[in-house]
Design a binder for this molecule. Sequence first.
Ligand SMILES: Nc1ncnc2c1ncn2[C@@H]1O[C@H](COP(=O)(O)OP(=O)(O)OP(=O)(O)O)[C@@H](O)[C@H]1O
Ligand SMILES: [Mg+2]
Length: 479
Amino acid sequence: MFSKYKKPDAKSAPAAPVEIIDNIAAFEEKKPAANSARRKALKPAAAAPIDKEVKRKQRMSDIKLELHRALLDNLNLAALEHATEQDLRQEINEISAEILAEKSIVLNREDRMTLNSELYDEVTGLGPLETLLKDETVNDILVNGPQQIFVEREGKLELTDVTFKDERHLLRIIDKIVSAVGRRVDESNPYVDARLQDGSRFNAMVPPVAVDGSLVSIRKFKKDKLGIDDLVNFGAFTEEMAAYLQAAVATRLNVIVSGGTGSGKTTTLNALSSFIDNAERILTIEDTAELQLQQTHVGRMESRPPNVEGKGEVSPRDCLKNALRMRPDRIIVGETRGEEVIDMLQAMNTGHDGSMTTIHANSARDGVSRLENMIAMAGIEMPLKAVRSQISSAVNLIVQASRLQDGSRRMTSITEITGMEGDVISMQEIFRYQRVGLTPDNKIIGHFTATGVRSHYAERFRMWGYDLPSSIYEPVAAQ
Ligand SMILES: Nc1ncnc2c1ncn2[C@@H]1O[C@H](COP(=O)(O)OP(=O)(O)OP(=O)(O)O)[C@@H](O)[C@H]1O
Ligand SMILES: [Mg+2]
């Protein structure tokens, strides 16, 4: 026991007086009868099982915390790094059995197994977050202080019964995550972005800026990103739209995916990239590397915020400037939100056709305004007409991703930029999602349709061998 991983100087905790408890529920029943009678008198009878369950959890959580402390005291953490999972689980089981025996706590098999697996998660992973990270149906994990954790499943937010013991516990897990990537989070650096080992995107903000306890947001990394076929199957867009998008990407139109937070922009961008020819050299630039391109020739870059001393920043713009010297065929920027917009538009205008990015905007028109604003904020003094002309010649297509009120994510519009008319950028919508109503259980009723406008790029598609039938541009009548 304690053979490999126990600290040589670790002392066992002094044994407590022996009291055998059969399981957690039995432990509860051992509490003074007067108290429990008073509790019973105060609470309606129906609430009793829930009360018991909450107490059981609380007790488990207390035991876990105690055991965790004892484990950390006992384990040689440096040796742990090289331990196999099996070894480590075995060791934790043994140490916890020993400590439980010392403390005279007897758990039933199921409680013991849960406890040991939670202890394993505490020691090696992210504690209470670990089960949610493993849950394939969860997309986002949102922590609002230690006692409230929401998850997003199928576009809908739901409150979980997972909690942290207290703010210190939550802070310890946050600290573990950020220190693993060489960052720090404290009062003077109250927020931080990081990427978890499994690729998930992580953001945390700690008190006092976060008023009611630390705020954590995790966008889970999906090993199998949704592809074009999945998205068609999910009703995110139609096969006709997919055929059109294939032609657009393959013939190297410059595409912007626009959408709100969590609307599916990155997913769409990733799916669109599958239409890029395998022979091309693609460079990707992201804040947190999320894209998973299928091509062989991909160079991935991740921008970096300044460190604690305010040094070492590598901005998306720096990456982009450097990318232009790296002989890219296409450049994909995960999200354009600042001054890198200038270089992005220039790249799109000067021989890197087929580049793609995403922006936060609610419609194609709004997306163009966002680009104009970003250029203005970057301090470029150019007449508005010149700015628009730059945008209109750089961007060919704006694809709008939306998360609708029923949680479904759809491509609600595909709009082409066709040039300038006077001072105004001219656009034409080719496909849209037509909403017609709501079902009694608040599901959106609607359908995709072409607008009847033929693509401005139809001839280009044909020349490149993507001869789309004219029927795909015909509007679909509502069923
Ligand atoms: N059509 C879809 N159907 C079901 N789930 C989807 C769909 N599109 C995206 N998702 C899921 O929704 C979540 C958010 O998607 P994504 O990361 O692409 O959004 P985003 O707009 O890039 O978000 P952010 O603004 O935070 O960068 C992901 O977990 C993704 O797998
Ligand atoms: Mg994204």
